[in-house]
Structure formats: structure tokens, C-alpha cells
Ligand binder design. Sequence first.
Ligand code: TXA
Ligand code: MG
Length: 349
Amino acid sequence: MKTIIKKINNIQSDRDIIEEAGKILKKGGLVAFPTETVYGLGADALNEQAAEKIYAAKGRPSDNPLIVHIAGMEDLPRIAEIIPEEAKIVAEKFWPGPLTMIFDKTGIVPYETTGGLNTVAVRMPSSDIARELIRAGGGFIAAPSANTSGRPSPTMAQHVEEDLNGKIDMILDGGTVEIGVESTILDMTVTPPMLLRPGAVTKEMLEELIGPIAVDAASISADSSKPPKAPGMKYRHYAPKADLSIVEGPVELVIEAINGMAAERIAQGYKVGIIGTEESRDRYRQGIVKSIGTREDEATIASHLYAILREFDHEEVDYIYSESFARGGIGNAIMNRLLKAAGHHVINI
Ligand code: TXA
Ligand code: MG
């Protein structure tokens, strides 16, 4: 299959491209598109064959449910059976935006989309391109991250091309995404609501609005005995090819420890990558050093995380040592993804 790749700068002047992409979706095809979190791989969520194509293109296990993206609140009751009052309050504040909520599904949502579950995950993205495309494609677009299963999520169109060129109908290139980690997932079918995946909408922000929420233990710890409630969270995601270790402790000691380990590996003939920050990058003496962002603005760290993991794949490093980051706010999402990428390999200093 030849994948059409089109740049989109502006939803007004590029109207015809969005219409073309919408037609592909309505016919059951696959279109990758930017959202504010990561690029999504879209298909008509109400068409079971289209949903099945997503699993094939990504190499994704079919028990891993898809998020249905909508463009307006009026579309929610068509796919969600019960909409609790708290969900309306949360939607009012955080939709459109980087938040997914889980509801009991209605009959029109096929089990191919929900991975066999009776619940459906729903998100209304804030990206204009995404919302226009959802409308042009019929209003209900299933979209997992547009990467091959197991690779870091794509934050720019080139990442999508690397993984899916020749396997999907179209890629809309809207530049680099804003946030860089996937949406927060909140399960509204349980009381209290439960956070299944941390993201840019934090637990604190949700609790301020609706009071205490529960947290799926499997989303924060490696050794939880229970399987995660979001089926996708059980797979080893976001994995770079190199052996990635997170070094945790006071920053000064971490820098020294990473310098020591890097020197040792390099002396053994290995290629080493280091993930530091704007503050620490000049303190590393050897290896390929990349700054992930600044500790003064953690959003910069979230936005570069996946791109850096992909860059180290291209540079074919054998070992990656990463600094560890603060866990509050969006730091929870950063550490959740980094720990998964590292297979929970943490060196405590
Ligand atoms: O930011 C995002 O959410 C991006 C963009 C494209 O919108 N999408 C995304 O989709 O991250 P994906 O498929 O990579 O991750 C969806 C996660 C998986 O962990 C899946 O198991 C979980 O959502 N999920 C989907 N439906 C669910 C359900 N009914 N119950 C529990 N977890 C569900
Ligand atoms: Mg994903």
C-alpha cells in the first residue's frame, strides 16, 4: 500500500486535505493524525473491519482496547450508556483536552473496538486538526498511538512514517505535538473514579474538581500483583532497543554515578547514551549526551521523552543511563513512561 503523506498547517486553508482524509476514514481506511498528546492512528470506531485493521497495522494484541475520539459533547451519549454527574463536571473542565474517560458502552460500539469489553474509553482532543478530522470521518474515530506496538509513541509525523509507512492509507503531518505523553485515563464506571494511566491532567487537578479518586496500583508500581485495569498497560511499552537504566538519588550523586558507569561501559567497547537535562548536560564527560528538557519546566521533559528514545535507537547505543525526575504533577506521567521503557530497571544511589 502507498501511504499518502500530507502536511497540514491550517484547518481553513487545508480543508480539502481534511476532507480527503475524512473520506478515507468513512470508507474504512486508516489515517494517522496529530493530537495534542501523541499522533493517533485513526479508523472508524463503529466499523469493526476498520478497527481490526488498526490491530494488524500496529501488530497490537486484539485484547487491548482502543480509545474512541469524539469532537463534541453531543456525541457522547451515542456511545456511553451511563454518564455520571462527575463525568460531566470533568468534561466541562478538561474536554477538549488530554483526558480519556471510561464508560459503559452502548450497542453501537463494536467489541472489536473495545477489545471485547463492555466499557468504552472516550476522549475529545483539543487539537483542531484532530477534531476537524473526527467530524469529517463520521464523528467516532478509534485512535491508539500511531506507533508499532512496543515502540515509543510518535510525537512527530516522521516517527509515524518510520513505523507505519506502507501499512496505512494516509499520514497528516501537523508538526511536533504539544504535550508528548498520552492522555490521562480515568475510569468513571467505578466509585470513586479510578486513575488508570497518569497524563497531563493530573490526579491533583481531578481531585480538586470531584474529590478523592483511586489510583490503579499497577500504574505506579512494577511489582503489583494484580494486572493493570487498562489492558494496554500490561505490555512492555515504549521500549528502546538499548538497555535503559534509570539512576535515582540526589542529582549531584546521580551525575557522578552515571559518569562512572558510562566510563566503564565505554572502556568495554560499548556505545553509551545519557539522558540529562539543560542543567546537567555539560557535566557528563563521555558518551552521547542528550538534554531531555529543563527541570524548571517539567512539561519540556514530557515533550522530548519519546523522541529521545527513538534517537538513541537510530544511534544504536547499547546502554542508556537516564536521570530520574520528580514525581509530582506531570512528573507522574513522565516517570510512568520512563519506568516502562526501562523495564523498571532503577539504580538507587
Ligand atoms: O493520548 C492518547 O490517549 C492517545 C492519542 C492518540 O489520543 N491514544 C492512546 O491510545 O494513547 P493507546 O491505544 O495507545 O492507549 C489506550 C490505552 C490502553 O492502555 C488501553 O488498554 C486503555 O487505553 N483502554 C482503552 N479502552 C479501555 C477500557 N474500556 N477499559 C480500560 N482501559 C482501556
Ligand atoms: Mg500506545
